[in-house]
Design a protein around this ligand. Sequence first.
Ligand code: ADP
Length: 191
Amino acid sequence: MFNLILFGPPGAGKGTQSELLISNYSLVHLSTGDILRSEVAAKSELGIRAKELMDRGDLVPDEVVIGMIKSKLEANPDASGFIFDGFPRTAAQAEALDGLLTDLQTSITMMIALEVSEEELINRLLNRGKESGRSDDQDKSIILNRIEEYRLKTEPIKDHYAAQNKFHPVEGIGSIDDIFDRISAVIDPVI
Ligand code: ADP
């Protein structure tokens, strides 16, 4: 299996590049942000609880997102690989993911981190907020809180993958196609 973590701060382009990756490689896309937003839209009990945290730009509890990923892995037994987008976001999530993949007799192949300056992230998110109506993209203080959560809780987990020689930084500035080409250049020799 080929299991990719697409990593980077909010607004780095993980969702956009995931779309291109799934149409060019046969991988299953698992985005915890997308799954949570569909729970919010369905007004499920989980969605109602998650919405409050997401609207503030805080992380949803680890056990909630780990449970979501576990059930998506179980629902796709024939997948040739997964793209993890927005997960793992904490050390506990990274450990849980290792365990879930070990149970499936597989592991993370690599982490690709999209690198974008903070100024560019804020501009992209505010623009996305105007177009998509996503409420967490419309308020600068919520955006800054998400970036802060990323710096404090998420960014450090890259060391876990770097220690296994699985960490690959990719410049996330430029055209969507150019960035995709940079990602492909890292994936193609391995997939
Ligand atoms: P972005 O990368 O633009 O912040 P996402 O769509 O990945 O957007 O996530 C939106 C929100 O969903 C996050 O701000 C957070 O509240 C919640 N969320 C998504 N994934 C996770 C996760 N793995 N752990 C905890 N909370 C998460």
